[in-house]
Design a protein around this ligand. Structure first.
Ligand code: GDP
Ligand code: MG
Length: 444
């Protein structure tokens, strides 16, 4: 898996102030493989990696995470940007004199007909507009009936089938019917071939010239791999495309086609298909897609949280202390507080790539759980500042006072002190290798 390879690549790394070329290149080698595995087209991978490299080199290192993980985060952010940025994408543009046309384009089997019906339903529901669906697939009568059935499920209008008309004639008839019958939107579903050919393109262009669509959506199967670039480029050359729809996101595909097609056309992915049913259409979410393409949303969110929560100053002060072999109870309390912010031990363990069952068992046996974190925090806050800095001061009478203050037994205080000694030892070792905080130390 990507994270395992990454942690291997960074095992030998020592802590540094900024991400070096060597750090970044090691991580990017793995990222390149991950993107290719996600079916992102090769030229797009190359281009993307070059851009990210420039962005990553020289970044300040976040001490709480491994450099490889940080590169993953940078790659993730760059992916989100490229896919259209965080937040909702721009919706459909349906302004103008009605009826406004939407043209569906794409290869056969990409999901045009299904998506046409899904869009009709969505527009009627969310925009309260009347939608007419028209099938221009003159080559397969079954395709027309398929749209008729789906139109009924979507509770949208359907242009009656008239045998013998050409696609362009149907387009004209659809726009007229839309106008006469008071429809706001007319969705034109076109025929597709299994591969791009000139006849198909010429027909789509002629339909486009007649209907003058406000939106021309290129529909593509998320499982389209390396072909995505060629398909997108050819359609984009001939039609005034305005957006992309990626279908079958409910399947196993990692969605690399989204990146490839976006990269080639510069067009936003507006929707994704998530089932065969008429309500199976979601608004595109760039962050979710980026996580899926990288295949490692978990690492990304860990790094995100670390970047948010880690007080850089504190981390650096701690790092200096650790390097000198100093780790007092105040530092320990800071670490506990930080761990709790990151979702407690269970949260952190779920994120750490190397944290296997055995290691989890060991931690449980050692009494390392979230209740313990809270209790330890309470004990430490019952100490004076001096006691926290010099744990050696803690003899029997002081321990009794602290235990009473925290509402625990003296043996709990002893357990805490023992744990502190173990952590201080561990910190000393980690500190010599290059501190990454407690989390670095916890990774087996
Ligand atoms: P067209 O040839 O481009 O019109 O493609 P269709 O709309 O006929 O879709 C081809 C097949 O893909 C049909 O069996 C659809 O039910 C299925 N399909 C379309 N979109 C999705 C989707 O988002 N998820 C799933 N699972 N199936 C889909
Ligand atoms: Mg169809």
């Amino acid at each position: 898996a990507l994270t395992e390879r990454l942690s291997k690549a960074f095992d030998s790394l020592t802590g540094r102030g900024i991400l070096s070329e060597k750090d970044v290149d090691a991580a990017l080698r793995e990222i390149r493989v991950a993107l290719l595995e996600a079916d992102v087209a090769l030229p797009v991978v190359k281009d993307f990696v070059t851009k990210v490299r420039e962005r990553a080199i020289g970044e300040d290192v976040i001490k709480a995470v491994a450099p490889g993980q940080q590169v993953v985060k940078i790659v993730h952010d760059a992916l989100v940007d490229l896919l259209g940025g965080p937040g909702e994408p721009e919706g459909l543009s349906l302004e103008g004199e009605p009826p406004v046309a939407i043209l569906m384009a794409g290869l056969q089997g990409s999901g045009k007909t299904t998506t046409a019906a899904k869009l009709a339903r969505r527009i009627q529901k969310t925009e309260k507009k009347k939608v007419l669906l028209a099938s221009l697939d003159t080559r397969r009568p079954a395709a027309m009936e398929q749209l008729q059935q789906m139109a009924a499920q979507a509770e949208a209008g359907f242009l009656p089938i008239v045998p013998g008309q050409t696609a362009v004639e149907i387009a004209r008839r659809a726009m007229n019917a839309g106008r006469l019958q008071g429809y706001d939107v007319v969705i034109l579903d076109t025929a597709g071939r299994t591969s791009i050919d000139e006849e198909l393109m010429a027909e789509a262009k002629a339909i486009s010239d007649v209907a003058r669509p406000r939106e021309t959506l290129l529909v593509a199967d998320a499982l389209t791999g390396q072909d995505a670039v060629e398909t997108a480029r050819r359609f984009n050359e001939r039609l005034p495309l305005t957006g992309l729809v990626l279908t079958r996101m409910d399947g196993d595909g990692r969605g690399g086609a989204a990146l490839s097609m976006r990269h080639v056309t510069g067009l936003p992915v507006k929707f994704v298909g998530v089932s065969e049913k008429v309500d199976g259409l979601d608004v595109f979410d760039a962050s979710r897609m980026a996580g899926r393409i990288l295949g490692r949303g978990d690492i990304v969110s860990l790094v995100e949280r670390a970047a948010e929560d880690v007080d850089k100053e504190k981390a650096e002060r701690l790092a200096r202390k650790m390097a000198k072999g100093k780790f007092d109870l105040e530092d320990m309390a800071d670490q506990f507080a930080q761990m709790q912010k990151m979702g407690g031990l269970a949260g952190i363990m779920g994120f750490l790539p190397g944290m296997n069952k055995a290691a989890q068992g060991q931690m449980a046996a050692a009494g390392l759980d979230d209740r313990m974190l809270k209790r330890q925090g309470a004990i430490i806050s019952s100490m004076t500042r001096e006691e926290r800095r010099k744990p050696d001061l803690l003899k029997a009478s002081r321990k009794r006072r602290i235990a009473a203050g925290a509402g625990v037994e003296v043996q709990d205080v002893n357990r805490l002190l023992k744990m502190h000694r173990q952590m201080a030892d561990m910190m000393k070792k980690v500190g010599k290798k290059g501190p990454k905080g407690l989390m670095g130390g916890l990774t087996p």
